[in-house]
Design a protein around this ligand. Structure first.
Ligand code: ADP
Ligand code: MG
Length: 694
């Protein structure tokens, strides 16, 4: 097998390749343009494009594509061959600077939230030179942003890049006050831990609900789920191991720093975590990871399920988004050091985050709101829908002493003695983990645990960047005017912690007591997407995004409409799939079983044998089959009525009326599954799916 360092990045037009292949002046011009944001000249762009093309051709590519992330949650690409006619019936392979920098896909089929009518088809893709081009399936993919004809952002990338600018700008102002003039740039980094399920492809294909909706809409609980906790970190099965090896190779080729892999809590559930990178690259890489996960699984005869809750009653999948903020000189602001109480820069950054999370709980919540994630948040394996922060005992003591003005209770990290001679003793970490907190501090980063497995991390990241930038801007405004910086700084830190302490909660977030306590503290508890979405249209949030140059009001409101529209569409598809499965497969299967039971009873009766077993079961199942029919009809009329509403009213209607009708239908069908002989049941059971990969 090839060595990892030979494979790694072999399909990436990265910095090393550019330095080696581009003329010195071109390379420098590109670097300058990335640093200053100045446009590249046509000449420079042409040279870069030509060299990119030569490199891609050497690697066997035939096409190029502007690769972008429309508001569908996935990626899009339009392939063009490099060919250009010579005029004599032959072609040359060509790629110009213009083609590198700007693309013009027909954007009319991507969500725009009413920003433009279908006939206004033009959309533009624009090269993001800070994310390297790469080759995927013989196509040179160029990471780009995507906007409308009038320049409105219609993708995940644009607001994220804008948010990186604003947090950089505001953090630099603060650093100046601390005398850190050598810092040129402040960056945010993210490491997303991706959870997923793997099931056998053949089993998957026999479940229309998985095929159409990505999750099971029916299915009674198997005798064994995850209660023994024997899957978590368990030995990886050989077939999965082979898949992971292949997956890593494919990820490494495109420069993704895939690092950690293990089994997760639920049977058939796994996780992949890369080493963290700058936020926009992390976004691109995570989108690519999801695509590669699916493709590699397919090659191994399996299907990778990325849905947040593929199986009811079994842990769902999240994508913990680990976030930190640091300088180009290598200082991570979230490193508390040995004496966090005296580390003023750290305390100010912590205050900025505490304030941001408290002031914009709504935006954080809505950044992870989707029909799929609604099944997960508030369940017993994921954080609740209430946003709070865990900062650990040591830091909580620090905050407490600042707020109350009392002496700091010094926290000690004892040495753990193993009491076995061969095991070395070791220092305990300062903070334990809190697996129930939605936003948990650990070591030198925050882990936002509400992100759903299938969603783009774009929303979460630009919201985090923007809300922290907002705190920092307020602090810079205040401190720049102060006569005495140190006194003003202490006063500010104390004030912010005092005002926002309510968002800090180190206890168990899964309990009912916390729900009551959070309500007492006045924290939001937005239990569904429809409840959360309205905050996208709230004045304070429209103003925030406008102020930081993330979105105009038009762009914000478009996203609000898209969020609700997508929600309605998903529930609609799920409801129709349920009706179809129940009416055309489940009801006939139950009926066939009933017929055979009745036949068996008749034959036995002729022989004078007791038919109690058959008739008991038969009458129970027949009654339930009748109820099943009623529930199918009820769901069907509920779905039909949805057409009478639009946008937010429609989403509310789906939430309030269609989902309950779906739940009722499922309840009956699942009970029928437990009573119908296995050979009659038309779909693979939960047991078959969850334990399908041997
Ligand atoms: P866990 O034990 O929480 O599951 P993992 O090792 O699976 O931890 O994932 C931790 C993730 O956090 C990795 O993607 C890692 O790169 C990322 N991470 C570590 N330090 C930082 C940091 N300073 N900033 C952002 N992400 C970080
Ligand atoms: Mg992990």
């Amino acid at each position: 097998m090839e060595k990892v360092n030979n494979i790694f990045g072999s399909m990436v037009f990265n910095d090393a390749v550019m330095r080696e292949r581009l003329p010195k002046a071109t390379y420098k011009a590109l670097k300058d343009s990335i640093e200053t944001g100045a446009d590249l000249t046509t000449d420079v762009a042409n040279v870069i494009a030509a060299e990119m093309k030569n490199w891609a051709l050497e690697k066997g590519a035939t096409h190029f594509a502007h690769w972008f992330q429309p508001l569908t949650g996935t990626t899009a690409e339009k392939h063009d061959a490099f060919i250009s006619p010579n005029g004599d019936g032959t072609v040359i392979m060509d790629f110009s600077g213009k083609e590198l920098i700007k693309g013009e896909p027909d954007g009319s089929s991507f969500p725009s939230g009413g920003i433009r009518a279908t006939f206004e088809a033009r959309g533009y893709t624009n090269w993001d030179p800070t994310s390297y081009a790469f080759i995927k399936e013989k196509t040179l993919c160029i990471p780009t942003a995507f906007c409308s004809y009038n320049g409105e952002a219609l993708d995940e990338k644009t607001p994220l890049l804008r948010s990186m600018d604003t947090i950089n700008k505001q953090a630099l102002r603060v650093l100046k006050l601390f005398g850190m003039d050598d810092v040129k740039k402040v960056i945010t980094s993210v490491g997303p831990e991706q959870e997923y399920f793997l099931i056998d492809k053949e089993v998957y294909e026999r479940r229309p609900d998985l095929v159409y909706c990505g999750r099971t809409l029916f299915g009674s609980k198997p005798p064994k789920r995850q209660e023994l906790n024997d899957h978590y970190f368990g030995a990886i099965k050989p077939r999965v191991k082979e898949f992971m090896e292949d997956l890593n190779r494919e990820l490494w080729k495109v420069g993704i720093l895939s690092k950690t892999e293990h089994n997760e809590v639920a049977p058939a559930q796994h996780e992949m975590a890369p080493i963290y990178t700058e936020t926009n690259v992390a976004l691109d890489h995570n989108q690519l990871t999801m695509e590669i996960l699916k493709k590699v699984a397919e090659k191994h005869g399996m299907t990778c399920l990325l849905h947040e809750k593929p199986f009811a009653g079994v842990n769902g999948s999240g994508k913990h988004t680990n976030w930190s903020i640091s300088t180009d000189t290598g200082i991570n602001f979230l490193t508390p050091g040995k004496e966090p109480e005296n580390n003023k820069l750290f305390l100010l950054m912590l205050a900025a985050i505490v304030q941001a999370v408290d002031d914009y709980q709504d935006l954080l919540r809505v950044s992870v709101a989707s029909a799929g994630n609604d099944h997960r948040l508030g369940g017993h394996e994921a954080p609740p829908a209430i946003i709070s922060m865990f900062i650990g005992e040591e830091l909580e003591n620090v905050v407490e002493s600042i707020v109350s003005g009392t002496k700091l209770k010094k926290h000690s990290s004892p040495t753990i003695q193993s009491n076995a001679a061969v095991l070395p003793s070791f220092q305990r970490d300062n903070t334990d983990r809190n697996r129930t907190s939605p936003f948990a501090f650990s070591e030198n980063k925050f882990e936002f645990r509400m992100t759903g497995s299938e969603m783009s991390i774009g929303d979460v990241c630009f919201v985090l960047n923007t809300i922290v930038a907002e705190s920092l801007e307020q602090y810079a405004d205040e401190l720049e005017k102060a006569d005495d910086f140190d006194t003003a700084l202490d006063a500010l830190i104390k004030r912010v912690f005092t005002q926002h302490q309510r968002i800090i909660f180190n206890g168990d977030n899964y309990t009912d007591e916390w729900v009551t306590e959070a309500e007492r503290r006045g924290l939001l508890n937005l239990s569904s997407t429809v409840e959360a979405a309205q905050y996208l249209a709230a004045r304070k949030n429209l103003d925030l995004f406008e102020h930081h140059g993330i979105f105009t009001e038009v762009e914000s409101l478009a996203r609000y409409r898209i969020k609700l529209d997508e929600y309605s569409k998903i529930i609609n598809i799920e409801a129709l799939t349920m009706i179809d499965m129940a009416r055309r497969s489940i009801a006939p299967a139950v009926s066939a079983y009933c017929n055979d039971l009745a036949d068996a009873a008749l034959s036995k009766k002729e022989l004078g044998i007791s038919v109690k077993a058959e008739t008991d079961v038969l009458s129970k199942i027949s009654d339930l089959a009748g109820v099943l029919n009623d529930k199918i009809e009820a769901l069907e009329s509920a779905v039909l009525k949805a057409d009478e509403f639009t946008n937010s009213e429609q989403a509310n209607y789906f939430h309030d009326s269609v989902i309950p009708a779906m739940n009722e239908l499922r309840l009956v069908a699942d009970e029928l599954e437990t009573m119908t002989a296995e050979e009659y049941w038309p779909f693979p059971s939960y047991g078959e799916m969850l334990f399908s990969v041997k």
